[in-house]
Design a binder for this molecule. Structure first.
Ligand SMILES: Nc1ncnc2c1ncn2[C@@H]1O[C@H](COP(=O)(O)OP(=O)(O)OP(=O)(O)O)[C@@H](O)[C@H]1O
Length: 568
């Protein structure tokens, strides 16, 4: 028995699905627990899909919004039975419905062919999706033409209707109209800040919005293409931050750029940010001083690390009270302590931590006792201070500041860069006593220090006879290190638990270091990645054998190796 002829576009899509090794029985879309929910697209689409959803409540029709990669951002409408079925195939927020992951479908195939498509029941590649019909229409930026996402209307296959596609196209068009209304207000604000910065600085300026990127002629002429790429990379890192920020960047040419980021807001909506770039030039004498490889007790010869060390050293030498801000594990305490030992070794340094002294009275009393006895003081993790402790310390610091004429103590705090919404009292009350803040850079901004850090951390941990092969160190220098130097120390400890001397090879790295994906993995994904790396190690890199050991199809293991960026 032969069925109706298959449309050409569908047949070609099946071939693509097959070439991508899509599982024909069970859709296995990747889940991303972190994706941008506040974008031009979501802001513009919100009211449009709200209005449609209110008309479709309890109807067997669902409206699905995805980003340009097919990751479901929102799902509305639909009756209980349809929603249950969609959940069963993971057609839900956070899952990526790309054609290469789940085969022919209204979302992924529309993205693949670059146009609208209605995929009816049996036209789906994957068996479990054949109960649905999906109409996907692309949403593009009306000005830039860039792809923003897909508006998909899904229903059960038996309810399919060619009107679904017109409906999806109409909704996509309405979203595009709203994009332009919204974008023009945000982009106008960003453009105006960008022009103001260009006029004011007379130097290099970059502006980044959701859809907009601008770099002035000065930057284009002043930096070569490789340095420009590094500047754009760092600018992207800063984009999205709600607060102004100044940071230093090592450029591949050896230049150090000082980047000052200023966010642009339209009411409460962040339109993007403008970054003014200056080459960091220091007088020859200052440069000579910073040529010291690093402050004893810390490791790091990159320009970024030397600069931050120098800033802390300047503050400590002048007894300027200081805040060291940064991500977890970047070495804030290590740097403050080492600089203090280096600059004023005669004074005792007390270190207090609200995590170890949970009672606010206790912490304030301990701080008072230390300062009374003539010690300098670091309060680490100051973002954890409770309201009463902040009040007590405010009072104490006021007294110390008013009374200390000579021999004033040096006081420093360490705080998390991203300390959330609750840090108002800390920022307005306590930080006010600290005239200087230095940002201790994340490890991914000075990866070149990794070889020296590895040697130092291994020696400190008592494993001076253990070294890492060049390939292994190179692999460590390709990772994102969300947990920074603390994470690196943890990795080295894990290695040293298995071998205490000799040369560590790439295969001996823990699974988390064998994958180069920069996206954040869910705990389940991390377990899966580790299991695959383990199975590959056990099978000597034989993917088919590893797939067999894990009870996984070969197609799935290939896809997962690619997706997790596992180095085989
Ligand atoms: N430059 C460095 N050289 C050598 N070791 C370092 C360096 N920076 C950090 N470390 C080591 O890394 C670990 C984390 O450093 P530290 O505790 O100073 O980080 P932190 O930023 O204060 O962390 P958190 O805020 O998470 O408490 C420590 O074991 C420290 O000795």
């Amino acid at each position: 028995m032969t069925g109706p002829p298959v449309r050409n576009s569908i047949r070609v899509s099946w071939q693509r699905s097959e070439a991508s090794n899509v599982d024909i029985d069970r859709p296995a879309p990747t889940y991303l627990d972190r994706f941008d929910r506040e974008t031009t697209l979501t802001r513009a689409a919100g009211p449009v899909i709200d209005a449609l959803a209110s008309e479709l409540t309890d109807e067997p029709v669902c409206i699905i919004l995805t980003d340009a990669k097919g990751v479901v951002l929102d799902r509305r409408g639909g009756d209980a039975s349809l929603l249950r079925r969609l959940d069963a195939v993971d057609l839900a927020p956070g899952f990526r419905y790309a054609e290469s992951e789940v085969g022919t479908n209204g979302i992924g195939t529309a993205l693949e062919i670059g146009g609208p498509i209605l995929v009816n029941g049996a036209e789906h590649y994957n068996g479990q999706l054949r109960v649905f019909s999906c109409a996907g229409a692309l949403i593009t930026h009306p000005v830039t033409g860039g792809l923003l996402g897909v508006l998909d209307i899904t229903t059960k296959a038996r309810n399919t209707n060619s009107v679904l596609l017109s409906f999806a196209k109409l909704a996509a068009k309405r979203i595009q109209e709203r994009v332009i209304e919204e974008a023009s207000a945000l982009d106008r604000a960003l453009l105006s800040d960008y022009y103001a910065a260009c006029r004011h600085s007379g130097g290099s300026v970059i502006a980044l919005g959701d859809e907009v990127f601008m770099m002035n002629t000065h930057a284009q002429q002043h930096f070569d293409a490789v340095d420009q790429a590094a500047l754009i990379d760092r600018a992207r890192d800063a984009r999205g931050g709600p607060k102004p920020l100044v940071f230093l960047t090592d450029l591949p040419s050896g230049t150090v750029a000082r980047m000052a980021y200023q966010p642009t807001f339209v009411r409460d909506t962040l339109a993007g940010g403008v970054i003014q770039i200056k080459e960091q030039r220091e007088p020859a004498t200052a440069r000579a001083q910073t040529r010291i490889p690093s402050i004893p007790g810390t490791v790091g010869t990159s320009a970024v690390w030397r600069h931050v060390s120098q800033e802390v050293l300047d503050a400590c030498t002048r007894t300027d009270w200081l805040v060291a801000e940064g991500e977890p594990g970047v070495g804030k305490l290590c740097l403050l302590r080492a600089v203090h030992d280096h600059a004023s070794s005669s004074r005792h340094l007390a270190i207090l931590d609200p995590a170890g002294l949970p009672e606010p009275d206790e912490l304030v009393a301990a701080a008072r006792a230390e300062l009374d006895s003539g010690s300098d003081l670091i309060i680490r993790h100051a973002h954890l201070l409770q309201a009463e402790a902040i009040d007590g310390l405010t009072e104490l610091l006021q007294i110390v500041r008013d009374n200390a004429v000579t021999d004033a103590p040096w006081i420093a705090l360490t705080v998390l860069a991203d300390r959330g919404q609750d840090s108002g009292q800390l920022d307005t009350q306590l930080l006010h006593f600290f005239p200087r803040t230095v940002v201790v850079p994340p490890l991914r901004h000075h990866l070149e220090d990794i070889p020296a850090l590895v040697r130092s951390l291994l020696c400190k941990a008592g494993f001076a006879d253990l070294t890492l092969s060049t390939t292994t160190v190179n692999q460590l220098m390709r990772l994102a290190w969300a947990g920074n130097i603390t994470q690196l120390r943890g990795v080295l400890t894990a290695i040293a638990r298995k071998r205490r001397s000799g040369v560590v090879q790439l295969e001996e790295l823990p699974p988390e270091c064998r994958a180069t994906t920069r996206r954040h993995l869910t705990p389940l994904e991390a377990l899966e990645r580790d299991a695959i790396v383990e199975a590959l190690s056990n099978s000597g890199g034989d993917k088919a054998a590893a797939a067999g050991a894990l009870g996984m199809s070969r197609a799935t293991i290939y896809r997962k190796i690619r997706d997790f960026g596992i180095v085989t």
